[in-house]
Ligand binder design. Structure first.
Ligand code: IP8
Length: 265
């Protein structure tokens, strides 16, 4: 029987230097490519976030507000272009580690309505998986049927893909150890939540930390809210620190790893 897909999201906070515009975190990307190669996951879809490539430009040109004036048109192009640059660097690192990565721009097959996915033809992703490629997607600027354009976060995208592809698991690599009781970067008493389920999550999400730096799609708080439909679908989700060696490989291989596991119940 064919394995169910695994979706790996590499957070922009891990693969870029989030407070330095357009600066990649090369050692982290290199190490992740090595770990993804070692894990050798069948049916893997990779999605990465925007970090310091997508978010500062998206904010500068108010892309999430939709089309309001002509100056944003160039902003849309520049934001998308920055994302393709980051995507190119990720894909090159994967190919250097012998992973058959193929880039797909979400802006070419997703249309949103008020920022939510309205139309998405995922046939190409399915076909790539059938042929044993590793599709590599990313948070992107997309066209929007209500407001002209919008930002599609990698998190909204992975939740939708998890449902459409009936994914076994989602692994999310960020720059903290997982979901914590407070922002671990600000509060030394923050405790890692090792395991939680939907009921507990819905009860507690009001305190989930908000992003510290510019993140037009909502940081950890936005991430969890977006993931709920996929978890409801039954896709197990593990959040790990992708800047620490070995965590992503272990999560992909279902080995015991420091992080947060979120299950339906
Ligand atoms: O970092 C946002 O994707 P995310 C992408 O997954 C852009 O929220 C273009 C800002």
């Amino acid at each position: 029987m064919k394995a169910k897909p695994t979706i790996l999201k590499l957070g922009g906070s891990a693969i870029t230097q989030k407070d330095k515009p357009l600066k990649v975190n090369r050692p982290v990307i290199e190490n992740l490519a090595q770990e993804i190669a070692e894990a050798n996951t069948p049916q893997l879809v990779l999605v990465h976030g925007g970090g310091s490539f997508g978010h500062p430009l998206a904010k500068q040109y108010a892309i999430t507000d939709g089309f309001k004036d002509h100056s944003q048109i160039m902003g849309f192009s520049k934001t998308h272009d920055a994302m393709t640059t980051l995507n190119g660097l990720v894909v090159q690192a994967l190919i250097q580690h012998n992973i058959p990565a193929v880039s797909i721009a979400p802006s070419s097959f997703v249309l949103t309505k008020s920022g939510r996915i309205e139309k998405m033809n995922s046939d190409i992703v399915t076909k790539l998986l059938d042929m044993k490629f590793v599709p590599v997607l990313y948070g992107d600027t997309v066209l929007d049927s209500d407001k002209g354009f919008a930002i599609l976060s990698g998190d909204q995208l992975i939740a939708k893909l998890a449902i459409i592809l009936d994914a076994e698991q989602i692994v999310i690599g960020v720059d903290v150890d997982g979901l914590c009781t407070a922002d671990p970067k600000k509060d030394s008493s923050a405790k890692l939540i090792k395991h939680t389920d939907l009921k507990e999550l819905k009860r507690k999400h009001s305190w989930i930390e908000k992003a510290r730096v510019i993140d037009v799609t909502g940081g950890m708080y936005g991430k969890i809210i977006e993931l709920i439909p996929a978890i409801e679908h039954g896709t197990r989700t593990t959040i790990v620190n992708a800047t620490k060696k070995g965590t992503v490989r272990k999560a992909l291989c279902n080995e015991k790893v420091k992080g947060t596991i979120i299950e339906k119940e």
